[in-house]
Design a protein around this ligand. Structure first.
Ligand code: FES
Ligand code: FES
Length: 158
């Protein structure tokens, strides 16, 4: 089947999509957008977090057909300006706080953090922990991730 939707503001379509295929597979393997990571494919790790009509979702749990006609936002769309190298303040804060090690969890955390700060510009630590509870990191021990979110919140509030 053909699936048509919008990714980061650009209309896209994918052909020959199998009905059981996930949105994550279509993004990564058919549309050339490998930013969203596939770490568990079971909705457990959050590495595939994307926006679906403005609400975060695990792309591995969304059937591609469910994206028909909808707006998808991926980590590739988070950059600040017209160029991919223009990092969003959330991305820059993760780098500056040393919150990126292997990086596998990072795209999902960036989207989840972006979402949190859009809803709650000055989150408390418990609010940060709750917002990121669905995003598993095996490397950092989470302290630097908390630092990154605090730093991003501070910079974005200036
Ligand atoms: S790959 Fe989707 S939640 Fe882990
Ligand atoms: S940096 Fe490796 S899983 Fe988070």
């Amino acid at each position: 089947m053909r699936v048509s939707f919008t990714v980061n503001g650009t209309p896209v379509q994918a052909d020959d999509v199998w009905p059981g295929e996930s949105l994550l597979y279509v993004l990564r393997e058919r549309l050339g957008l490998p930013g969203s990571k596939n770490a568990c494919e079971q909705g457990e790790c959050g590495s595939c977090t994307v926006y679906l009509d403005g609400v975060t979702a695990c792309a591995c749990l969304v059937a591609a057909g469910q994206a028909e006609g909808r707006e998808v936002g991926t980590v590739e769309g988070l950059h600040a300006g017209g160029e991919p190298d223009d990092l969003h303040p959330v991305q820059q804060a993760y780098l500056d706080a040393g919150a990126v090690q292997c990086g596998f969890c990072t795209p999902g955390l960036l989207v989840a953090t972006h979402d949190l700060l859009a809803r709650t510009p000055r989150p408390s630590d418990p609010e940060i922990r709750e917002a990121l509870a669905g995003n598993i990191c095996r490397c950092t021990g989470y302290e630097k991730i908390l630092d990154a979110v605090r730093l991003a919140a501070q910079r974005m509030g200036e």
